[in-house]
Write a protein that binds this ligand. Structure first.
Ligand SMILES: O=C(O)C(=O)C[C@]1(C(=O)O)C=C[C@@H](O)C=C1
Length: 322
């Protein structure tokens, strides 16, 4: 979406927003395919595995270090001043832009975007490392001398990635190919695309709110706000169902491999192409869509903060009889 080339009405049309979400499906599938060619490399997700980072004074995992360094550069190039970009590193730890910030049409409600609950990157990082990477890299196995059959140490349930593994590559059961830089580079790409997609929920919410503010207002103003009713208003089962079918077809199509002559290669031994179709569908069904909806509801919960009572009354009056 080009925020400086279109009017607020165009940008907030549900068709145009959904068009961006559809394009992001392609991006996410391709990035997952790129990540899936490397092994799990679980140690890149566990803090304390690289003493080189400790020597640099960096506390955190190899992946967090990649995010920090890449996001520092992107912050200087003003990436996080764009209304659809949210960093994984706390913004207070990132440098300011070196050029002036662009002027964007006013699209989102400032009280909603400023609220910490609308940044769900910590949740994205958590499910990606725990649930997605181990599955998409499952088929990538490398010969390991002296492996003791112990599986990866990620996903131990406490969210700090510290793991229950034994902390060396021997214990990764052939799932460490040493490509730590390549794996983390691909991880950052997937994470940034997922983050954009999920935080786009704010634009979806704003668009839906502007179409019928009177339907949302009573649920936002009730004490406590009625999140269930708000979730009911933003949920569109038919859109979700169509999305999952489309996504499965895309994953099958994009995951297919052609030989050098351009002929479709036979399916590989796992019976799949370069990515597991079902896993891509599950990723959206279990994580991407639910998190997008959480962002939508969180956004709506704060949508009336700072709005004058006169405006709220006007919206309610305009909705009477509709
Ligand atoms: O397209 C919408 O209306 C959205 O709210 C986005 C989305 C999604 O995450 O794809 C989320 C909730 C709806 O039930 C349908 C789809």
């Amino acid at each position: 979406m080009n925020f400086t080339a279109s009017s607020a009405d165009e940008l907030l049309s549900l068709d145009s927003i959904r068009g961006t979400l559809i394009r992001l499906e392609d991006t996410i599938i391709f990035y997952l395919i790129e990540r899936a060619q490397f092994a799990l490399n679980a140690k890149i997700y566990r803090p304390g595995e690289f003493e080189e980072l400790e020597k640099l004074g960096f506390e955190g995992s190899w992946l967090q270090w990649f995010l920090f360094e890449i996001e520092c550069f992107h912050a200087r190039a003003r990436r996080y001043t764009s209304p659809d970009e949210y960093p994984f590193t706390p913004i207070s730890k990132l440098p300011p832009p070196i050029i002036n910030v662009q002027t964007y049409p006013s699209l989102l409600h400032p009280a909603s975007t400023a609220h910490p609950s609308t940044n769900v990157n910590h949740r994205i990082l958590d499910f990606y490392v725990r649930e997605i990477v181990p599955v998409i890299t499952e088929g990538v196995r490398v010969m390991v001398k002296g492996g003791d059959g112990n599986e990866s140490g990620i996903g131990n349930g406490n969210g700090n990635g510290n793991g229950n593994g034994n902390g060396n590559t021997k214990g990764e059961d052939g799932r460490d190919d040493g490509n730590y830089g390549s794996s983390a580079t691909r991880d950052v790409e997937v994470l940034q695309a997922l983050s954009r997609r999920i935080h786009f929920g704010m634009f979806v919410s704003e668009s839906k709110f502007r179409q019928a503010p009177h339907e949302f207002i009573p649920h936002i103003l009730s004490t406590p706000p009625n999140r269930e009713a708000l979730a009911g208003l933003i949920t569109k089962p038919a859109v979700e169902a169509a999305l999952l079918v489309r996504l499965g077809n895309k994953a099958r199509l994009f995951g297919a491999e052609l030989d050098a002559q351009g002929n479709l290669k036979g399916e590989d031994q796992r019976g799949e192409g370069r990515i597991k179709t079902d896993e891509v569908v599950k990723l959206y069904r279990d994580w991407v869509i639910p998190l997008t909806k959480d962002v939508e509801v969180d956004y709506l919960e704060h949508r009336l903060e700072g709005v004058e009572q006169g405006q709220i009354d006007e919206w309610m009056r305009a909705g009477e009889g509709k």
